[in-house]
Design a protein around this ligand. Structure first.
Ligand SMILES: *[C@@H]1O[C@H](CO)[C@@H](O)[C@H](O)[C@H]1NC(C)=O
Ligand SMILES: *[C@@H]1O[C@H](CO)[C@@H](O)[C@H](O)[C@H]1NC(C)=O
Ligand SMILES: *[C@@H]1O[C@H](CO)[C@@H](O)[C@H](O)[C@H]1NC(C)=O
Length: 261
């Protein structure tokens, strides 16, 4: 049984999810995520700073970072479209940092300003951030939603938010690991009670904040109680039975209080 479940999970093929969020639900979901990423419902394409979480600079839409290689991916794809730009000169260093999973920022003097300049001056740079974010986060999250047999927008958004924060890698704190632990606990994916499964998944994510598996997260766990508030917000939406993610949604936690229209 377990083997079968895990085979299903790891057989997710390359195709896109058949049933993602509607454009309106997706925007509302991204605004909820943005409340926790940037304390505003406006998605921040321009910001780039070291938030001292061991991942170097954190930049742009939902935080591409220089240590994990996603900031490199954005700059690489952008430079593919616009070879002359103020970020291109950082490509070799970004590649090195990505390969070494290094939070070193000493070779990136001026990088945050160059990021800001590109985002404010070139629409193509913002679009590139959307594309990389979709391929790294939104599309994989919708595939996981298919695997889980989610029908609700609420559940899909919860997976999207999780992948933004935990990533889709094979580490102990990534979405695949949290998903797997939920499958084991629930004895499979959703059959008839989707709300119950989503709640188990959210609880599993809270549990991961309390007991992170990977050293980088254990080292930075002092910031995690605040992070776990975003899961509380999803539990509120679930408790309100707002499965279609209708607006307006009042996001209210210890550190945030915002209306998402
Ligand atoms: C990189 O991360 C390590 C370990 O998390 C930390 O001690 C160090 O201060 C960080 N360095 C920079 C430049 O952020
Ligand atoms: C990119 O997005 C930001 C919002 O974070 C916006 O302020 C900026 O004007 C956009 N850039 C362009 C060129 O439209
Ligand atoms: C899934 O969870 C089970 C039970 O905790 C564990 O033995 C297995 O290694 C996990 N598999 C993956 C791929 O994370």
């Amino acid at each position: 049984m377990l083997f079968l479940i895990i085979t299903i999970i790891y057989c997710i093929c390359g195709q896109l999810s058949a049933n993602g969020l509607s454009p309106e639900q997706k925007l509302r979901c991204e605004r909820i995520i943005s409340v926790f990423e940037s304390d505003t419902i406006q998605i921040k394409y321009t910001e780039c700073e070291d938030i001292v979480d061991g991942r170097g600079y954190t930049c742009g839409k939902f935080g591409f970072t220089t240590a994990t290689g996603d900031a490199y991916e954005v700059v690489k794809q952008y430079t593919g479209k616009k070879p002359v730009n103020s970020l291109a000169e950082y490509l070799p260093e970004l590649k090195r940092l990505a390969e070494e999973f290094s939070n070193d920022t000493t070779g990136l003097v001026g990088f945050p300003d160059a990021w800001h300049l590109s985002a404010t001056s070139d629409r193509v740079f913002n679009e590139t951030q959307d594309e990389v974010s979709a391929s790294m986060s939104y599309n994989p999250a919708m595939k996981w939603a298919d695997v889980a047999h989610f029908k609700s927008a609420m559940g899909k958004c919860a997976l999207y938010d999780c992948i933004i924060q935990h990533g889709n890698g094979n580490d102990g704190d990534g979405l695949p690991a949290i998903f797997n632990r939920t499958v084991v606990k629930e004895g499979g994916v959703v059959t008839d009670n989707e709300g119950k499964w989503i709640r188990a998944f959210l609880d599993m994510r809270q549990d991961d904040f309390k007991h992170p598996h990977d050293q980088i997260n254990i080292d930075h766990r002092d910031k995690w109680p605040e992070h776990s508030e975003r899961v509380d917000a999803f539990i509120d939406i679930l408790n309100a039975a707002n499965m279609d993610l209708n607006g307006p949604i009042h996001v209210k936690t210890g550190h945030h209080d915002m209306i998402v229209p």
